[in-house]
Design a protein around this ligand. Structure first.
Ligand SMILES: Nc1nc2c(c(=O)[nH]1)N[C@@H](CN(C=O)c1ccc(C(=O)N[C@@H](CCC(=O)O)C(=O)O)cc1)CN2
Length: 287
């Protein structure tokens, strides 16, 4: 069996078409959706990702405000910047690019964001709403994964799904989304025993370790015909890579997503969707 490529660029395009239509509708009602981004530090990957986000906003007509404060910004100064963006009625979504430099606290920072402008779905109110299936703003990567499964008609109901990640941005929100889609979900991490057996027992493997020094998803860990979604973004042999070598595993799978060209573009596309959702909520408009 040779699997079908889950083309994140193709799925992202389909989301962008819908978002552009919503932007035009909101503009006809006098609302110009606007995303404010905050990039602190000199992480080259973060700079690339924020650049991709701004480019995607431009493609669909979302306005952007780009804040790149000095790396040595204090926590208090950063919190004050977020307070200013919270109060700015022209700003509908606020995104603080992660990770932050080590002198800044990610929880203290992200919890400053107004929940209704929290386009990452990281604030406790939005995390709580997600856990009870009522969230309007959900973390971008997990919701992008669900969108990819829908696009390719990959059945989730009743399937054994393993998530190899437990971060606040990916693994934890993804658990809830999969549960709400009636999957049977196992979350694995660095302390998990017999990871290989859990993977071999899974119909869908969603892997997001991101460090080839400690983990690689190999064909011997994949049940024939399983689905593999590679969330990791790391570098291997000088190139952007995931947890698996796509060419090496595609033979074992029914569907597999590559890195690059898989989940990454979906993270960006779902940010656009969250931004127009936040803009609509700000004016009490259903979309
Ligand atoms: N505040 C946030 N910070 C971070 C998030 C997030 O959702 N919110 N997620 C991760 C990764 N990330 C978003 O910023 C991200 C990862 C990858 C891509 C992407 O477009 N990848 C492309 C290749 C990119 C390139 O090298 O040109 C691909 O995989 O095809 C976008 C966003 C980190 N922090």
């Amino acid at each position: 069996m040779t699997g079908v490529k889950i083309d994140g660029i193709e799925v992202a395009k389909s989301i962008k078409v819908k978002v552009a239509e919503i932007v035009n509708d909101l503009k006809s009602k006098g609302i110009s959706p606007c995303l404010a981004t905050v990039l602190v530090g000199d992480n080259p990957a973060s700079a690339t990702y924020v650049r991709n986000k701004h480019k995607a906003c431009e493609e669909v007509g979302i306005l952007t405000k780009d804040h790149t404060p000095p790396t040595d910004i204090t926590q208090d100064e950063l919190n004050k910047l977020i307070e200013k963006l919270n109060a700015d009625e022209t700003v509908h979504g606020i995104l603080v690019q992660l990770p932050l430099p080590s002198h800044l606290n990610e929880f203290n920072t992200t919890t400053q964001i107004l929940p209704e402008k929290d386009v990452d779905g990281l604030t406790p109110p939005n995390v709580g709403l997600l856990s009870i299936g009522k969230a309007m703003l959900v973390a971008c990567t997990p919701s992008g994964i669900i969108e990819m499964c829908k696009y390719y008609n990959i059945e989730l109901e009743g399937k054994n799904v393993v998530i190899i990640n437990r971060s606040n941005l990916v693994g934890k929100p993804l658990y809830h989304l999969l549960l709400q889609n009636n999957a049977t979900v196992t979350t694995c991490h660095s302390k998990t025993k017999d990871l290989k057996k859990i993977c071999l027992d899974s119909d869908i493997i969603i892997t997001g370790v991101g460090n080839r020094e400690i983990f690689k998803l190999t064909p011997d860990m994949i049940k024939e015909g399983a689905v593999v979604i590679d969330v990791a973004t790391t570098r291997h042999e000088g190139k952007l890579a995931g947890d698996a070598d796509y060419a090496e595993i595609i033979e074992k799978t029914s569907y597999a997503s590559p890195v690059p060209g898989g989940v990454g573009p979906m993270t960006v596309a779902m940010l656009l969707k969250n931004t127009v959702t936040a803009a609509a909520i700000s004016k009490g408009i259903d979309i």
